[in-house]
Design a protein around this ligand. Structure first.
Ligand SMILES: [Cu+2]
Length: 124
């Protein structure tokens, strides 16, 4: 709510339409795999940590790699302000993009974003 009132104040000052299309705030704090990391072992799960507890029912994750979109299963929270999901098919070497959408705590906004990591397993 503190954040909401700050954004609201900003909107009143600079105009609602400009503010609505220019939302720089992201509740994503960090992730496993780490944002921008190069991994020498392929990950089996994705875990994203937010500034408050995500609503799983209003959240989604996608993982897109060199061979397209991967199958993910069982989106849940470990109740540590996180979202977690299992990667069903093995990841080959290459660059991967995680796309996320979520709603956190009692903040009415839907947030989304993406980040990348690389897989570089030496025996592949
Ligand atoms: Cu879990």
């Amino acid at each position: 709510m503190k954040l909401f009132s700050r954004i609201f104040g900003f909107c009143v000052l600079f105009g609602l339409s400009a503010c609505a299309s220019n939302q720089d705030y992201s509740p994503l704090l960090r992730a496993e795999p780490e944002i921008g990391a190069t991994l020498t072992r392929a990950p089996r799960t994705l875990r994203l940590y937010y500034s408050a507890l995500p609503d799983v029912a209003q959240s989604s994750l996608r993982l897109v790699g060199p061979s397209g979109e991967h199958n993910l299963r069982g989106l849940h929270t470990m109740a540590a302000d996180d979202l977690m999901i299992e990667i069903m098919d093995p990841l080959q070497n290459g660059s991967y993009t995680v796309e996320w959408t979520t709603v956190v705590a009692d903040d009415p906004s839907t947030y989304s974003g993406s980040f990348e990591f690389d897989v570089a397993v030496s025996d592949q």
